[in-house]
Design a protein around this ligand. Structure first.
Ligand SMILES: *Cc1c(COP(=O)(O)O)cnc(C)c1O
Length: 470
């Protein structure tokens, strides 16, 4: 399996070469040269398997430069009862033909754990072979940072420097991140907003010599390994609700950076019988607008609404480029033209035949508001006795608008409600339950450094701390 850039950089690379790299040298994203196929026979054979065996089958198709037995060990160590609970990815039937796929049973109670827990082990493996060290620098508004820290804590050869906006995260998110006491995790609380954190990270990365000297890396959602690990739960979900390969299912997916739903598109390309991919946004509807009108218009930072499904508050969708690459027939010149239009706050249009092709690819889209979210949380609780988080509620709301008779609908659960208490209280008038094992967070000591949003200060901080641990 070789990987190519969406902007046409000549040549292709192996999986381990793109793993730690992030963007391609031409600014594009890596995608497989060709999507691997899952044959009917393979799909049938997976029906009896557990999650970790299905994951190994799928991931082997994307990763062929790690010996099979090593990859198997990494996968088996990730998808265990200890990390994800007994069922790993449980399927909850709300009523016949209507399901929630539980992706939030990892250590930080959000779906990002599914890919990041694997990525942490993969990074450690790759670094131990090369003898390198990696310093991950990131910015978080809550979910991504904690999932990354829990994935990388205690891993050899990796340190995490995570910037978060001081005093602006939910209590649960703050506790979860700041109480980690592993020597390779550094929480930097920035006096400012999430945007200030992101700007500081970008400025540090702009210093090419610093970046090289300290081998700075990222774990953002454009990493192909994350997408590959997410393909697995689409296959798993399909197998759980279907009895034969003749049956089709649809998925409803709350999306921000187009990472989660891209994995569903890839699963469909690989041959999983998926009918619709229902894309759900919140008030930040840049993707819903695209699938409705064919116009992609990333928003300015100031146009991004602060919503009650905050992990989907995005101005542009970083993984979207991978889908458009396929949509324009992998034409690199066209890609440069389209992305050229986006510089300086612009937009681009796709043609009517291309809009038609998005439908053939299974995409339909809708958006959800705060009121929709509250109403959905309340009605799902009253009808089925199940409490869902605000992001999952966006998915359910839009999913139900597109639900088709006789096609099972699986709604992806992207976080547990306990992470977003205030909205749950507003919807149902009570607090969600804290899962067992999380009560002890309350009393734990928080450990963080307060810093100005200043790139030079961040650089000094990294410089002072790289020699201390490994
Ligand atoms: C990250 C996140 C999303 C959005 O996922 P994308 O990969 O950006 O599409 C949705 N819900 C929750 C809870 C998240 O943390």
């Amino acid at each position: 399996m070789r990987y190519v850039s969406t902007r046409g950089n000549p040549g292709s690379r192996a999986f381990l070469d793109i793993l730690l790299e992030g963007l391609a040298p031409d600014g594009g994203l890596y995608v497989p040269e060709e999507y691997p196929r899952i044959s009917q026979g393979e799909l049938q054979a997976m029906r009896g398997m557990g999650y970790s065996d299905v994951a190994f089958k799928i991931l082997s198709k994307f990763i062929d430069d790690i010996p099979g037995e090593d990859l198997k060990k990494l996968v088996d160590a990730t998808y265990t009862e200890e990390v994800f609970g007994k069922d790993i990815v449980p399927l909850k039937e709300l009523e016949p033909g209507f399901f929630i796929l539980g992706l939030s049973n990892g250590p930080t109670l959000a779906f990002k754990d599914i890919a990041l827990q694997f990525l942490g082990r993969l990074f450690e493996y790759a670094l131990s072979s090369s003898g390198e060290e990696l310093n991950i620098l990131g910015a978080t508004s809550g979910d991504t940072g904690s999932a990354a820290e829990y994935a990388m804590r205690g891993r050899k050869g990796v340190r995490v420097f995570m910037l978060s906006p001081y005093g602006r995260m939910s209590d649960f998110q703050r506790k979860q991140m700041y109480t980690l006491d592993d020597a390779n995790i550094f929480n930097i609380a920035i006096k400012g907003t999430f945007d200030d954190c992101q700007d500081a990270v970008k400025k540090v990365n702009d210093d090419a010599s610093f970046k090289k000297e300290f081998n700075l890396g990222a774990v953002n959602s454009i990493n192909w390994a994350r997408i590959a690990a997410q393909v697995v739960y689409y296959v798993w979900g399909y197998l759980k609700v279907s009895r034969s390969n003749e049956e089709q299912v649809s998925f409803a997916v709350p999306t921000g950076n187009f990472g989660n739903i891209l994995a569903g598109y890839v699963a469909r390309k690989m041959g999983v019988p998926i009918k619709q991919l229902v894309l759900a946004t919140n008030e930040n509807d840049v993707l819903e607008e695209f699938f409705r009108t064919g116009v992609y218009r990333p928003r300015k930072g100031s146009e991004v609404a602060v919503t009650s499904s905050p992990s989907m508050d995005i101005s542009k969708a970083s993984n979207f480029e991978r889908y458009i690459f396929d949509l324009v027939g992998r034409d690199a010149a066209r890609m440069s033209e389209l992305w050229g239009n986006l510089t300086n706050g612009g937009s681009f249009n796709i043609s009517p035949p291309e809009i038609e092709k998005t439908r053939q690819d299974g995409f339909v889209a809708g958006s959800s508001t705060h009121e929709d979210r509250l109403r959905t949380i309340k009605s799902v609780f009253e009808l089925y006795g199940v409490l869902i988080d605000p992001h999952t509620a966006d998915g359910l709301h839009v999913g139900l608008e597109h639900r088709e008779k006789d096609i099972p609908l699986l709604c992806l659960e992207t976080a547990l409600p306990v992470k977003f208490e205030a909205t749950i209280r507003e919807a149902v008038g009570k607090n969600p339950e804290l899962p067992t094992g999380y009560r002890e967070l309350e009393g734990k000591k928080e450990r963080f450094e307060i810093q100005e949003a200043d790139a030079e200060r961040i650089k000094s901080f990294i410089r002072e701390h790289v020699n201390v641990v490994s």
